[in-house]
Ligand binder design. Structure first.
Ligand code: MGD
Ligand code: MGD
Ligand code: SF4
Ligand code: MO
Length: 707
């Protein structure tokens, strides 16, 4: 016996992967693989130039999630009333047979559009996320218009630039001023901070943060601007006014690269700091200081987030902020310009994966954000088609995260609706299902990931065996296809690895095995392209101060069956402040934002004990002066509500926000709330102009002591 070998510590193996979660950072990961088949700590890859060795704490402790005792392991079939929590275990064969039978029945009764595959970004892997579209197209099921997260922000961006890309986010490290606008980056995409802090350390760069409350990112700022929700357009206009007024606008750049600088200057003549101060709640000095800083610092990098666009005027506000970047002319400099998302540069050919050739253009689409009105049968939400009587849900938790929650739940409880949920945990949505199927986690299956907030494509190969029971999304789609008679159509019958290999090869990125060695590819366009110095994405190459709000700009224009949305008549001709938001009134004197929690990612990680413990309980941040007027003390129960419903939270007195503004952090499980109803009872499912999208941070509410 080799005594020596048996006591030597087992060498820690490291597996390489990508974070699959819906976070712009898409970190490259180094995962500790333990000899017993479990994982240890997860680390950020040091040699990835964007990740740079840093990841968030919740993914570093992923062992708590993947080895969680509450993971779903068996297919479950409802054995009591909907939502009662009485289940019967079933074999995979029996459960899939039942799902297929119900889908066929729904189709026979109301046509194929009665079935709605409903999915989102629980995993951002292309195969496991988007493969569901192959089944949808092959079966002519209802289409899915994915508005919930990106539509307001992307639309505003593309209206200006014509293209969904921007300056290399790593250039933040080379800036002299970093403006972090409407993103709580410390919490939601920590890698932005890695590069911003480097700029501060190495170059003495100033960090500006624009938000509605004194959050973890504002605390890092040299200049923190806390404004009223939905007023960023006013700030941007006043800053541009100051630049024109003080001769700091780059007129040569404007003449060459923009559509109507003269019209813009005339339009801004009365958008003074005083005007903006009254709208934003910022002081005139704050606005002047901000304008002067960006106007005199050529290398100013604007990192524009999603958060400030989650307002009904979010698209115009995003466009207004971008317009400021053009007036400064900062696009011309390395370390300058703006960035929001790179989704426009990282295109793969997903024809086979998503079954593009099987698509029937006459099939109606339904709006993801409007699942409440859709499931409760509102004719305008059904877009001229039949009721939805069957749902296949993967990668998302709409009973918790979607707006107007009472409608969503009312819909899911319908007796004539059959719902199959494929999940890792018994989420609020799974609880309301008829069949629940257990899903694998990212380290247990093969996939490939595109960075939204960076420029990498990263492989996430299978690194560990799943427990007995859970199966991949791909498996479920393939098995249903067999039972529904479409398994012989193009794109079916391949493995995950086949799909990845096909996409890599079509993009000239090698094979699965070579890419596995390589781990990721850096697809950053070169400087002049990235900075739009060869022209912006519109046909005339110009940045548009006068957007064509109902025009045909890609990427997220609504499909024909949905059309242009919301109050387009009031979208501004030039950058402006428009009151498309829920303006407070006597009955609803407060503005509520539902901002992200650090230890949760949407509703994910609400199941892990450390995240739960760190977040404490559902709270409402409220200004001490506002609390005093209603006799509310720190920790008291408060009820807040609007015409959509009411929720009880615990007050946390907090002076880092404006009077009349309240913030509820995190999407807690519905069951963590007093009445089993979550924060999205209060948010609206009306589609915002012009391309739709949910305005999660734009809610007028009343607040009162709950005793
Ligand atoms: N820890 C954690 N990380 C996450 C998530 C999470 O829930 N938790 N969610 C992930 C997802 S899906 C996404 S899309 C990204 C989103 O990440 P972000 O781009 O950061 O967007 P949000 O998280 O919606 O909000 C960011 C900030 O905008 C603020 N805000 C709200 N309204 C306004 C406004 O009118 N003006 C301004 N200036 N600020 C406003 C909010 O208070 C919040 O502090 O984060 C991802 N990362
Ligand atoms: N009040 C309020 N509501 C919001 C927001 C807000 O800021 N405020 N943010 C909105 C935003 S930006 C977004 S993007 C949405 C996100 O909402 P969702 O897309 O629903 O995101 P998660 O809540 O993270 O839920 C993803 C689910 O997918 C599951 N999952 C993960 N990987 C897999 C897999 O491989 N297979 C299967 N079958 N399941 C998997 C997870 O277990 C999890 O339950 O929420 C929106 N809702
Ligand atoms: S920062 Fe975002 S991408 Fe990186 S590990 Fe955390 S959740 Fe994943
Ligand atoms: Mo999102």
């Amino acid at each position: 016996m080799n005594h020596h070998a048996s006591i030597a510590p087992a060498k820690l193996r490291i597996g390489h992967s990508a974070c699959p979660h819906d976070c712009p950072s898409t970190c490259a990961l180094d995962v500790e693989l333990l000899p017993d088949g479990r994982i240890g700590r997860v680390h950020g890859a040091r040699d990835n130039s964007y990740t740079a060795g840093v990841i968030c704490a919740k993914v570093a402790r992923y062992a708590d999630r993947i080895h969680h005792p509450d993971r779903l392991l068996k297919p479950l079939v409802r054995a009591g009333g909907k939502g009662e929590g009485i289940w019967k275990e079933a074999s995979w064969e029996a459960a899939l047979d039942l799902v297929a039978e119900k889908f066929v029945k729904a189709e026979e009764k109301d046509g194929s559009e009665a079935v709605w595959p409903y999915y989102y970004a629980g995993t951002m892997g292309l195969v496991q996320r988007d493969g569901i579209n192959r089944l949808r197209h092959a079966k002519k099921y209802s289409g899915f218009f994915d508005t919930i997260c990106t539509n307001l922000a992307w639309t505003g961006w593309v209206m200006g630039t014509g293209s969904l890309r921007g300056a290399d986010p790593r250039e933040i490290a080379k800036s002299d001023c970093v403006v972090i606008w409407g993103t709580n980056a410390v919490v939601t995409q920590v890698n932005v901070m890695t590069h911003a802090i480097r700029a501060r350390k190495e170059r003495g760069a100033k960090i500006v943060v624009i938000d509605i409350y004194d959050n973890a990112t504002v605390k890092q700022a040299d200049l923190g601007l806390i404004l009223r929700p939905g007023t960023d357009g006013a700030l941007a206009c006043a800053a541009m006014h100051v630049l024109f007024r003080d001769g700091l606008a780059d007129r040569v750049y404007l003449e060459r690269y923009t559509d109507d600088p003269v019209g813009l200057e005339w339009h801004l003549r009365d958008k003074t700091p005083e005007w903006a101060s009254a709208i934003t709640g910022l002081s005139v000095e704050e606005i002047e200081t901000f304008a002067r800083l960006v106007g005199t610092t050529p290398k100013t990098f604007f990192r524009l987030g999603y958060g400030f666009a989650r307002q009904r005027n979010g698209a115009p506000n995003m466009h207004a902020a971008l317009s400021l970047v053009a007036v400064v002319g900062s696009w011309q400099h390395e370390g300058g310009g703006a960035f929001h998302s790179n989704s426009g540069i990282l295109k793969f050919n997903t024809e086979l994966l998503e079954g593009g050739r099987l698509r029937d253009p006459n099939i109606r689409y339904l709006d993801q954000s409007r699942i409440g009105p859709v499931l409760t049968g509102r004719a305008e939400a059904l877009n001229g088609g039949p009721p939805v009587t069957a749902l296949l849900i993967q990668n998302t938790n709409p009973a918790n995260v979607a707006p107007e929650q009472r409608l969503v739940k009312q819909g899911l409880l319908r007796d004539d609706l059959f719902t199959c949920v494929h999940e890792q945990f018994m989420t609020d949505t799974a609880k309301l299902a008829d069949v629940v199927l257990p899903a694998t986690m990212f380290l247990e299956h093969d996939d490939i990931y595109k960075g939204g907030g960076n420029q990498h494509v990263t492989l996430g190969p299978k690194l560990v065996e799943p427990p007995v029971g859970p199966r991949t999304n791909h498996f479920v789609i393939e098995e249903l296809a067999k039972r529904l008679g479409v398994a012989d159509r193009p794109g079916f019958g391949l493995t995950e690895r086949d799909h990845i290999e096909i996409m890599l090869e079509k993009k000239g990125l090698g094979s699965f095995d070579s890419f596995r060695e390589q781990r990721w590819a850096d697809l950053q366009p070169e400087f002049e392209t990235a900075h739009f110095l060869k022209g912006f994405g519109h046909a005339d190459g110009k940045f548009r101060f006068r957007p064509d709000w109902t025009g045909t700009v890609a990427p997220n224009r609504p499909p024909r069956s949905i059309g242009i949305q919301g109050d387009v008549a009031h979208l501004p001709e030039f950058p402006d402040h428009v009151d498309l938001i829920e303006v407070p009134d006597a009955e609803h004197p407060f503005r509520l934002a539902t901002s992200p929690a650090r230890n949760f990612l949407n509703s994910t990680f609400t199941e892990t004990p450390v995240s739960r413990q760190k977040e404490g309980r559902p709270e409402l941040l409220i200004h001490p002066d506002d609390a005093a007027t209603m006799g509310v003390a720190d920790g008291d129960r408060v009820e807040l509500g609007n015409r959509r419903g009411e929720v009880v939270l615990h007050a946390r007195l907090f002076s880092g926000l404006k009077h009349g503004v309240v913030v509820a952090e995190g999407i807690w499980p519905n069951s963590a709330h007093e009445r089993g109803e979550g924060i999205n009872v209060l948010t609206g499912s009306d589609a915002a102009a012009p391309y739709g999208g949910a305005a999660f941070h734009d809610n007028k509410v009343w607040v009162r002591a709950a005793g």
